[in-house]
Design a binder for this molecule. Structure first.
Ligand code: UD1
Ligand code: MG
Length: 452
């Protein structure tokens, strides 16, 4: 027995008012369809996606998955959409129907659905809504489901039913394919309704097991930018609650965005307002993050302080270091313990040794910096000659005077001192002062210009 998950993603999504296919719009940084695929793959199921609009774009964005793509050239209804995959469904399979625009469905819920399918039963995910308008209603007799009636086809009495169809269902392959063959489109919308298979099931004595999701957001669909945002905020709210339950202090639980995963390796993390986390971020004990930082794929060790408005990307920060305010750590930055990176400093692909400082207005790229190095304000590594990148090496205990340019490839010896304003184009020896400086002159008899 195999599980085949069919994800419907052929809808145009007109109400998104976008050039992009609806299912490519993102929740917490990840396309909606990708979220559904991942939930399905966690069940060890084979995934089939029914696509229509922008097929190439949608396929390309999900090329990392091993899934089958099936085109629905005309959107004639949900039943017609599922019918497109009939040739891929074997009798003994369990077919699970999901939607590319219902992105937050949980694997646990899907597992319950699949587990209650047998030769004599199928499962349907339903939910009770305060306002059921627009949804298909679950009609019951003696408490047993007898059919689903769509809003546009419902009688007045049926419209009062508040239990609705989420659209998500699981059914034995052999049954599904037979029922799909018998669907018609004589209804208010002239569509082939997938929901009509429920009545067929009941007529054949197949029991409809109804399952409810733990949370309503799991079955919420996205048709507009407003709904996309509502789901995004709900997702972020839950992420924030989860962080706090793990001991993180948030200045404002409504002003943090996590587009990826935060791993905590210690307690007492503090996060100020307006921080964005992307990819995998690991935070150590007692880390303090000031307001307005963007942190992407980073490992931040214990007792680190990241001050306001800093941007960190693909980097690691050693214990007890202080970053920012207004610092930028670019990919390949590896800071040892007790490092200081101050305001308006950009570091790229550089290893900085323990206790070293780059405190003001500098660019350090493609460099290896030893321990206890002090880099003065306005220091620039000239690492790029217009064609290639070159390496700068600054050894332990060196002192780089302010306004220095290091023309790479170049090495500064241990305990060397460079005078302020030096343009270093040859290696600087250890334990010595090196300085390049034009002679200072003062012109006597110079007259200040006057305004004409
Ligand atoms: C459907 C259900 C309804 C349920 C509701 C939940 C049917 C007939 N009705 O109604 O009972 O309460 O979902 O949201 O199934 N799609 C295709 N190809 C098509 C038609 C639809 O891929 O030809 C996809 C859409 O992209 C969408 C999903 O199927 O993701 C649902 O289609 P939609 O037209 O929105 O169904 P509803 O009328 O909302
Ligand atoms: Mg519709």
């Amino acid at each position: 027995m195999n599980i085949k998950t069919v994800i419907l993603a052929a809808g145009k999504g007109t109400r998104m008012v976008s050039e992009k296919a609806k299912v490519l719009h993102k929740i917490a940084g990840k396309p909606m369809l990708q979220r559904v695929i991942e939930s399905a793959e966690a069940l060890n199921s084979k995934v089939l996606v029914v696509y229509g609009h922008d097929g190439e774009q949608v396929k390309q964005s999900h090329s990392m998955f091993n899934i089958s793509w099936v085109e629905q050239t005309e959107q004639l209804g949900t039943g017609h959409a599922v019918k497109q995959v009939s040739p891929f469904i074997e009798d003994d399979d369990i077919a699970l129907i999901l939607y590319g625009d219902v992105p937050l469905i949980k694997t646990d819920t899907l597992k319950k659905m699949v587990d209650s399918v047998s030769d004599q039963s199928m499962s349907l995910l339903t939910v009770q809504l305060g306002n059921p308008t627009g949804y298909g209603r679950i009609v019951r007799a003696n408490n047993k489901v007898t059919k689903i009636v769509e809003q546009k086809d419902a009688s007045e009495a049926e419209l009062l039913i508040d239990e609705v169809n989420t659209g998500i269902m699981a059914v034995k392959g052999v049954r599904l394919t037979q029922w799909l063959d018998r669907l018609g489109n004589k209804n208010a919308q002239g569509e082939y309704y997938l929901t009509d298979i429920i009545e067929m099931a009941v007529n054949e004595g197949v029991l409809i097991e109804t399952i409810q999701p733990d949370n309503e957001y799991e079955v919420q669909g996205v048709n507009s930018k407003v709904q996309l945002n509502e789901l995004e905020r709900e997702y972020q709210r839950l992420k924030a609650l989860q962080l706090m339950s793990l001991g993180v202090t948030l200045a404002d639980k409504a002003r943090i965005d996590i587009r990826g995963d935060i791993t905590l390796t210690g307690s007492d993390v503090y996060i100020d307002v307006n921080n964005v986390f992307e990819g995998n971020v690991s935070l150590g004990k007692n880390v303090h993050i000031g307001p307005n930082c963007v942190i992407q794929n980073a490992v931040i060790s214990d007792d680190v302080v990241i001050k306001a408005n800093s941007v960190l990307e693909n980097c690691s920060v050693g214990k007890n270091s202080i970053i920012g305010p207004f610092a930028r750590l670019r990919p390949g930055t590896e800071l040892a313990n007790d490092v200081r990176i101050g305001n308006f400093v950009e570091i790229k692909k550089t290893v900085v040794g323990e206790g070293s400082k780059v405190n003001h207005l500098s660019y350090i790229g493609d460099a290896v910096i030893g321990t206890g190095v002090n880099i003065g304000a306005g220091t620039i590594t000239c690492n790029y000659d217009g064609v290639n990148k070159h390496k700068t090496e600054i050894n332990d205990g060196a002192f780089i005077g302010s306004g220095t340019q290091l023309v790479a490839p170049i090495t500064v010896g241990a305990e060397a001192t460079l005078g302020a304003g030096t343009t270093l184009s040859k290696d600087a020896p250890s334990d010595a002062l090196t300085v390049t400086r034009a002679k200072q002159i003062t012109l006597k008899g110079w007259v200040k210009p006057v305004k004409t």
